[in-house]
Every structure is written in C-alpha cells, then in structure tokens.
Ligand binder design. Structure first.
Ligand code: GRG
Length: 303
C-alpha cells in the first residue's frame, strides 16, 4: 500500500509522461536526420520514431532530476537508451529470432525494409547510441560521461541484453525453473531499465549512495515489469490470445503465474512495488514523485 506522504502529493503522472515523451521524441528526431544513404536512415527513423512509451528515457531524466541534476544533462543518454532499446526490438523481431510481423502497431523493420536493412539499421542505432552520448553530452564532466558509457556497454553485451537473449533462445521448448526465468527477465528487461536509472543519477551528479539506492529501485521495477507482463498474459481476454503477448502461453513458455500461481504472482508484484517505494523513502517526496508513480504505472499498466 502506498505511503501516505506520497498520497498527499497531487502529482500528475500522465501529464509528466506526456511532456517528457514529447521532448524525447523531438530529441530523437533531431538525433537521426534523414540523409544519404537514405534507405538506412529511413529504416532507423522508422523504428525509432514509431511510438513506444519512452519508459527508459523518462526514467533516466527523472532520476537525473531526483538527485538535483538539470534535465538537459540527461537528454543525450536518454536518447541513447531509446536507440539501444529500439535496436534490440528490431533484432528481436527478425526471422532468425522471434520472427514477428508487427511492432509498435506497425509492420516490423524487416517487413518494411527487408532483412538486410533491418540488421544494419539495428547495428547503426547501436553504434550511434554510443557516439551520441559521447558527442552530445556537452557541459557535463567527462568522468560522468565515461561512467555512463561503461554502464550502457555492460547493459547491452553478454552480461546484459545479449546474455538474456541467448539464454532465452537456449531455453526454447525446454522446462525451465524460476532461477533461469529470472535470469532471462533480468537480462532482457531489467538491466536496461537499471542502466537508465543509474545513468540518469550519474549525469545528475548523484553520489555513490544515490547510485546504490536507485539501482535497487531499478532492479525492483525491472522485475516488476516482467511479472506484470506475465500476469497480463494470463488475464488477457481470450480473443486476444494467439496474437501478441498471449503467444507465450501457447508456446508453453515458463511465466511467473505458471511457476508460482496467479495469486502468488500478484502478491510478488505488490511486494516489488513496495520494495521499490522503500528505496525512494530517503528522498523528498515531491522530488521522488515521478519515480514513485513510475513503479505504480508499471504495476498497473495494461499493455
Ligand atoms: C542488444 C546487441 C543487441 C542485440 C539484441 C534481440 C536482443 C539482443 C535482445 C532482446 C531484447 C528484448 C527484445 C527484450 C524485451 C524488452 C521489452 C520489455 C520490450 C518492451 O518494452 P516496452 O514495453 O516497449 O517499453 P515500447 O514499445 O513502449 O518501447
């Protein structure tokens, strides 16, 4: 249950998300201008600007502001995070991976541009992500930029997204236990959310204690993200099954509700929200309001 100190703040979370997402979209649009060679830049922009909730950039900006940083310091890395997230979606959708036809309400990148271009668009976005944060973070002490680049690199590689994806692929068609399921989720989803929060804290000039506290917060909401996803799979209406998220059930993949039961999974989600909130209790409640509501938003999301 939410702490009373937060219930009394009349923070407009939806409005906050809308305002920040608009600024992020504008920054992303400017980060990848349409230029020669047209095809690759079209493909990069197609997926990058296709919508998406902008969860990772906004988490980054909110974390930067929480520790007293200027939000402008967070925009370059916020954009880099979205570039990486987008490229992981493009590659995840490829025929050699999940083989999906639709993403963010549009045909997937390889459906629109062909497989060769989709692979390259992903590669180009990944490379641009590192260039962008290094080049655009002007006025921020160089040591912060270097630390953030290290965070980002780790979140992408074999200890991050790639690690999660390879274990996921290896587990296909096999019975896996809760430990393995958690490894996949932590690496495919939570590490990038964690990198978003921690890089925001670093860019905002946060101290070691801030990094530790907010890293824990990020881990809780990262896991929460996936537990909620799994619960949504089960509670989705039957006509939705067989479309997108419901396919996990059909392919008999392990999920939290399956491994622990739907009620226990819901209890686990509530516990994760409470634990995330607890990490914020150190901060002024008005300043922590965005991250506080973010945890609720992830818990309550419907898609
Ligand atoms: C990163 C080099 C590199 C390769 C990619 C394919 C792959 C390795 C990793 C898979 C990563 C993946 C697709 C994880 C799922 C992440 C996830 C929770 C997606 C949904 O995120 P939302 O809900 O989506 O934030 P929107 O569209 O709103 O951004």
């Amino acid at each position: 249950t939410p702490q009373t100190q937060f219930q009394t703040t009349d923070f407009e979370f939806e409005q906050y998300m809308e305002i920040k997402a608009k600024k992020v979209n504008q920054a992303l649009d400017e980060a990848v201008p349409l230029r020669h060679p047209l095809k690759i830049h079209e493909a990069m922009r197609y997926s990058l600007l296709a919508g998406g909730k902008r969860v990772r950039p906004i988490l980054c900006i909110a974390s930067c502001e929480l520790v007293g940083g200027d939000e402008e310091a967070a925009y370059p890395i916020a954009c880099s995070l979205e570039m990486i997230h987008t490229m992981s979606l493009i590659h995840d959708d490829l025929p050699c991976m999940d083989d999906d036809d639709f993403r963010r309400g549009k045909p997937t990148n390889h459906k629109a541009f062909g497989e060769e271009t989709a692979v390259l668009a992903g590669d180009a976005l990944l490379s641009l992500a590192f260039e962008h944060v290094a080049v655009r973070s002007v006025g921020v002490p160089a040591d912060r930029v270097v630390r953030v680049i290290a965070e980002l690199g780790k979140a992408v590689g074999s200890d991050g997204l790639v690690g999660g994806q390879i274990v996921d692929i290896a587990s296909e068609g096999k019975q896996i236990d809760l430990g393995e399921l958690e490894y996949i989720h932590v690496h495919k989803t939570a590490v990038l959310l964690e990198a978003a929060v921690v890089s925001g804290v670093i860019m905002g000039g946060g101290h070691v204690d801030d990094i530790e506290r907010l890293r824990k917060y990020a881990r809780y909401i990262g896991l929460l993200f996936q537990v909620v996803d799994d619960i949504l799979d089960v509670t989705m209406s039957s006509e939705e099954l067989g479309k997108t998220a419901g396919k996990d059930l059909i392919t008999d993949k392990a999920t939290y509700p399956k491994l622990m039961g739907i009620e226990k999974a819901k209890e686990f989600a509530n516990l994760l929200v409470a634990q995330a909130h607890k990490e914020l209790s150190f901060y002024d409640s008005a300043k922590a309001a965005p991250l506080y509501h973010f945890a609720n938003y992830i818990a309550q999301r419907q898609n």
